[in-house]
Design a protein around this ligand. Structure first.
Ligand code: NAP
Length: 244
């Protein structure tokens, strides 16, 4: 249960992010979420999750804007009674062969998928350290560890999520803060929509469950890790891929 807790989800308008916001709210949490450009999606999700009753806060925040991130976290702390759980979910992929990746593409993938995680975490864990309690859940990807046909810069950034998660967990454990990662396989919608028919067929052939996952199936694991039910689960990167 996440009652009396505030969960901040980055990229709350996305396929997986919106499922995480809904699952957290269903568990009783107040929810703050960021988004990049989907104003309509953000305002309808915020209304659904109780923005009118002060139970949800949605703000447009670019993943690389340190000042805007710090301001959003501070506003959520103030308006929703602290940020007890951070879910670093926002991310983006570029489908591109290695030889065509330019320096700017590389920098963008690192910024969106990794630097944003650093900036949101730095802003959100300060309050958790003060309270001597908290949980951080980072979204990785099997692209970061498996032999798959995936863009190299995206895969590299997602591999970085593992090092970020384990080292941050080690450092923050002394303050009662757990840090884990959820590592999805191919999921319906969002970034998963970028794969070709052939890649989808391959995935379904090698996946023991023979299908893509749903955002709700990823969200279940995220809210479990965020909750005190997972009080002894720490520094783990848990895969949710149907068995590959
Ligand atoms: N879907 C999959 O199959 C899959 C598999 C493995 C891992 N993942 C991981 O799961 C996470 C969510 O993926 P998804 O499929 O749900 O993606 P998605 O539907 O494309 O959602 C991405 C979210 O991130 C936000 N965002 C994107 N770029 C941003 C930026 N530069 N600054 C701030 N916000 C930004 C988007 O905001 P707007 O909506 O406003 O644009 C949206 O809320 C990602 O970390 C992804 O790597 C997904």
């Amino acid at each position: 249960m996440l009652a009396e807790k505030t969960v901040l989800v980055t990229g709350g308008t996305g396929a997986i992010g919106s499922a995480i916001c809904r699952a957290a709210a269903r568990e009783g949490a107040r929810v703050a979420f960021s988004y990049r450009k989907d104003e309509a999606g953000a305002s309808s999700l915020a209304a659904e999750l109780g923005a009118g009753d002060g139970r949800c806060l949605a703000r447009r925040v670019a993943g690389g804007d340190a000042a805007a991130i710090a301001a959003f976290v501070a506003e959520a702390e103030q308006a929703l009674g602290g940020v007890h759980v951070l879910v670093n979910n926002l991310g983006a992929a570029q489908v591109m062969p290695f030889a065509l990746i330019e320096e700017a593409d590389w920098d963008e993938m690192m910024a969106v998928n990794l630097k944003s995680m650093f900036l949101f975490s730095k802003a959100a864990v300060r309050g958790m350290i003060r309270r001597r309690a908290g949980a951080v859940v980072n979204l990785g990807s099997i692209a970061g560890s498996r032999l798959l046909e995936v863009p190299v810069h995206y895969a590299t950034a997602k591999a970085g999520v593992v090092g970020f998660t384990t080292s941050l967990a080690k450092e923050l454990s002394r303050y009662g803060i757990r840090v884990n990662a959820v590592v999805p396989g191919l999921i319906d919608g969002g970034i998963g929509g970028n794969v070709s028919e052939r890649q989808l067929e391959d995935y379904q052939r090698f996946c023991a469950l023979g299908r893509r996952g749903t955002p709700a199936e990823v969200a279940e694991l995220v809210v479990f890790l965020a909750s005190d039910r997972a009080s002894y689960v720490n520094a783990q990167c848990l895969t949710v891929d149907g068995g590959l």
